[in-house]
Design a protein around this ligand. Structure first.
Ligand code: ARG
Length: 463
C-alpha cells in the first residue's frame, strides 16, 4: 500500500502503478532529493518541530541511502511512484519513527520543485563549463588561423574575402550569448520553493529562509502556489539549450560543407569521421551531421514542455511530472554536442591554399573596385554600375577581375590607374577592413583580445 494508504481500501493495479510513476527519470535527481530532505530535517529540528535526536537519525539514514544510491547497491522498488517515496520509504524502514517525521510540513509538491531547481542549477553549471571549453577551442582556432583568407558568403555565394579567424570568432560570440542565457536559466532556477508544502504553505513554524541558505538558494519564492507550479526555469534552460543547439547546428552545417570535395576547405580528423560499409573511399562527417540532427530533438523538448504547461490551472497538477525528461535530454544532448564540436574544431586540418584560391574567384574584389572609383570622386551608385559592367565583361570573356589589363579597366573608367592591383588582392581587401568589428587583421587582433578577456572573466565565475 502506498504512503497515503489510510484513505484507500485497495491499491492501483501494476500497470496503473507503472503508468503513474516517475521513478526511472527521478533517479537523475536522487542526490538533490536527499540534499533537500537533509536541509528540511535540519531546519525542522532548529525550529523545535522535531527533536535533535530524530534529526540526527534522519541525517545519518539519508547519508547511508545516498551512499548506496551512489555505489549502485540501493534497491529501487517499482512500487514506489517516485524518488521521494523511494527514499522516504527506505529511510522509515531503516530508522523507524524518526523517518516517519521527515515529511512534517512538506509535500511532494514542494519537494519535487526543490529537487528540480537544484537539478536545473547543476545542469546549468555543467553546461556553462562545456560552453567555456568550446569557446576556448574556438578562440584558439581563430588565433591559429587568424590570417587564413577565405571567401565570405552571402546567400552562400562568394561575397567578399574574410579572414578565417574572423569567421570562427563569429561563432565565439554566438556561444557567448548562449553562456549568458545559461547563466540566466541558472538564476531563474535559483529560488527555494520548500515550505510551500502542497500549495498553501503550512501551520508549522518553518524557517524557509533557513532551507534556502542550507541549500544554497539565493532567493526564497514569495508565493506558495507559484512555488509548486512554476516550471519556467526549466523552459529557460531548454530555450538556452535550443538556441545553443541552433548555433552548433549552423557550425556543423559549415563543417559538413567545408569538408565536401567541392569546398575542400578542411579535412576532419579520422577521430571525428566515419567510413562507409560499401564505398571504400568515403569519409563522412557523421558527428557534425548528428549534431545538426539532434538540434531537432532539443527543440522538441522545449515545445513539449511549453505544451504541457499551457492551460494548467494552479497549483500542482500531475501533468507536471512530465516536465523532467525534456530538460535532462536537452542538457545532456547539448553537453555532448558541445564536446563533439570542440573536438572536431580542435583536430581538423585547415587548407589555407584552397580557401585563398576560392577567395580569388567569384569577383570577390568587386566591391573594393567600386570603392576605388568612389574614393576618386565617382558617385558610388555610378561606380557600382561601372564595376557591374566590368564583371559582365569578364564573364563573357572568361576572365577574373585580376586578369584585366589596365587598358581594359580604363575602357570602363579613365579613373582607373595602375594602383588598382592592390584592390584586387584578397588578403589586402580583407585586411583593409579595420573598423571595429571588421575582418581586417588589426581589427581581428583587437577582437581576439576582447574575446579572450571576456572568456577569462567568465571562466572565473564561481558557479
Ligand atoms: N512524482 C510527482 C512528480 O514528479 C511528485 C509530486 C506528486 N504530487 C502529487 N500530489 N501527486 O511530479
Amino acid at each position: 500500500m502506498a504512503l497515503w494508504g489510510g484513505r484507500f481500501e485497495k491499491g492501483v493495479d501494476a500497470f496503473t502503478q507503472e503508468f503513474g510513476a516517475s521513478l526511472e527519470v527521478d533517479k537523475a535527481m536522487a542526490s538533490q532529493d536527499i540534499a533537500g530532505s537533509r536541509a528540511h530535517a535540519r531546519m525542522l529540528a532548529e525550529q523545535g518541530i522535531i527533536s535533535g535526536e530524530d534529526q540526527a537519525a534522519i541525517d545519518e539514514g539519508l547519508q547511508r541511502i545516498a551512499q548506496r544510491i551512489e555505489d549502485g547497491s540501493f534497491i529501487w522498488d517499482v512500487n514506489d511512484e517516485d524518488v521521494h517515496m523511494a527514499v522516504e520509504g527506505e529511510l522509515t524502514r531503516e530508522i523507524g519513527t524518526p523517518g516517519a517525521r521527515l515529511h512534517t510540513g512538506r509535500s511532494r509538491n514542494d519537494q519535487v520543485a526543490c529537487d528540480l531547481r537544484l537539478l536545473a542549477k547543476d545542469l546549468c553549471n555543467h553546461l556553462i563549463q562545456g560552453n567555456i571549453a568550446l569557446r576556448r577551442v574556438l578562440l584558439d582556432a581563430a588565433e591559429k588561423n587568424l590570417d587564413v583568407v577565405m571567401p565570405g558568403y552571402t546567400h552562400l555565394q562568394h561575397a567578399q574575402p574574410v579572414l578565417l579567424g574572423h569567421h570562427l570568432l563569429a561563432y565565439f560570440w554566438m556561444f557567448s550569448r548562449d553562456f549568458t542565457r545559461l547563466v540566466a536559466a541558472q538564476t531563474a532556477a535559483d529560488a527555494n520553493p520548500l515550505g510551500a508544502a502542497a500549495l498553501a504553505g503550512t501551520t508549522y513554524p518553518l524557517d524557509r529562509k533557513r532551507t534556502s541558505k542550507l541549500l544554497g538558494f539565493s532567493r526564497t519564492i514569495p508565493n506558495s502556489m507559484d512555488a509548486v507550479s512554476d516550471r519556467d526555469y526549466l523552459l529557460d534552460l531548454e530555450y538556452a539549450c535550443s538556441v545553443s543547439m541552433m548555433h552548433l547546428s549552423r557550425l556543423c552545417e559549415e563543417i559538413v560543407l567545408w569538408s565536401t570535395t567541392e569546398f575542400g576547405f578542411i579535412t576532419l580528423s579520422d577521430s571525428y569521421a566515419t567510413g562507409s560499409s560499401i564505398m571504400p573511399q568515403k569519409k563522412n562527417p557523421d558527428f557534425a551531421e548528428l549534431t545538426r540532427g539532434k538540434t531537432g530533438r532539443v527543440y522538441g523538448d522545449l515545445i513539449a514542455l511549453l505544451t504541457t504547461m499551457k492551460s494548467l490551472p494552479l497549483a500542482y497538477n500531475k501533468d507536471l511530472q512530465e516536465c523532467k525528461e525534456g530538460p535532462l535530454d536537452a542538457a545532456h544532448t547539448l553537453s555532448d554536442c558541445m564536446e563533439i564540436a570542440a573536438g572536431m574544431i580542435e583536430t581538423m586540418t585547415v587548407h589555407p591554399d584552397v580557401m585563398l584560391a576560392q577567395a580569388k574567384t567569384g569577383f570577390t574584389a568587386a566591391t573594393d573596385v567600386a570603392d576605388y572609383l568612389a574614393k576618386k570622386g565617382m558617385p558610388f551608385r555610378d561606380a557600382h554600375r561601372v564595376v557591374g559592367e566590368l564583371v559582365l565583361y569578364c564573364e563573357k570573356h572568361g576572365k577574373g577581375l585580376e586578369d584585366l589589363t589596365l587598358e581594359e579597366f580604363q575602357a570602363a573608367s579613365p579613373l582607373f590607374e595602375a594602383d588598382i592591383v592592390k584592390d584586387l588582392d584578397p588578403a589586402g581587401i580583407a585586411n583593409a577592413r579595420v573598423t571595429y568589428g571588421g575582418t581586417g587583421h588589426d581589427a581581428v587582433v583587437e577582437q581576439l583580445a576582447e574575446a579572450r578577456a571576456l572568456l577569462e572573466k567568465e571562466s572565473e565565475k564561481p558557479e
